[in-house]
Ligand binder design. Structure first.
Ligand SMILES: C[S@@+](CC[C@H](N)C(=O)[O-])C[C@H]1O[C@@H](n2cnc3c(N)ncnc32)[C@H](O)[C@@H]1O
Length: 211
């Protein structure tokens, strides 16, 4: 589910690392402090963990170094191929935020730069699914682009166009970037307490636990 953007990653897989390193001017601000952002997720990750949308495996590498037991999920074949070369000992499942291997309880559900591929309705379904999957003290830790409100989202699109960052403007229009208040509402409605932290001009950390 939420797999309508797969063609983008077919093309992006080979150059993805140069983008996250800030060498694509249009996405420089999106990936500012990328390594620190992944570190913020990794340091809150414990125990049996599922990571969604691993991409080329940059967050994966950090959590594997911590020794967590990891179930890695990535729907895009080109991204999986890159990650499989990097972690030949790790099974990388063809799945997504809503469709993934049957598991017992997990302690951490993590993701970076990926949850915006779900509509807000799908995000809600995902959090409902995760409620029964998480252990009592389990946590959801997502880092992803969000906006303080719809006006801030619109302003970011206008700014991108003014800078002639047309790919970024199209991306911000096309995908399902939500607002912090919407995310809070969805998480409260599905039985979680949540804290947010702004990590750069685009990315927020969402850290949720069962209420
Ligand atoms: C921008 S990349 C982020 C990769 C990596 N997590 C990182 O931080 O660099 C987004 C990833 O989300 C994956 N993705 C897209 N739709 C998804 C979905 N519905 N469920 C899970 N992952 C999805 C893409 O295939 C891609 O690998």
């Amino acid at each position: 589910m939420g797999r309508e953007f797969m063609h983008i990653f077919d093309e992006w897989a080979d150059s993805y690392e140069t983008t996250v390193q800030g060498r694509d001017e249009q996405y420089k601000a999106v990936f500012e402090h990328y390594d620190d952002i992944l570190e913020e997720v990794a340091k809150r990750t414990n125990g049996i963990t599922i990571e969604f949308g691993i991409g080329t495996g940059n967050l994966t590498e950090k959590v594997l170094q911590k020794g967590v037991e990891l179930v890695a999920v990535e729907p895009n074949k080109s991204m999986r191929l890159v990650a499989e070369k990097r972690f030949p000992y790790l099974t990388i499942h063809d799945g997504d935020f809503l469709s993934f291997p049957k598991l017992g309880k997990v302690d951490s559900i993590i993701s970076s730069y990926a949850f915006h591929h779900l509509t807000d309705e799908e995000k809600k379904r995902a959090f409902e699914l995760y409620y029964s999957l998480l252990s009592e003290s389990g946590e959801i830790v997502f880092a992803d682009t969000m906006f303080v409100n719809e006006q801030a989202h619109e302003e970011m699109i206008t700014t991108a166009k003014a800078k002639q960052f047309f790919d970024l403007a199209e991306d911000l229009n096309r995908e399902y970037y939500t607002t912090v208040p919407n995310m809070k509402k969805i998480l409260h409605e599905t039985g979680y307490q949540v804290q947010f932290e702004k990590l750069n001009d685009f990315v927020w950390l969402t850290h949720a636990k069962k209420s």
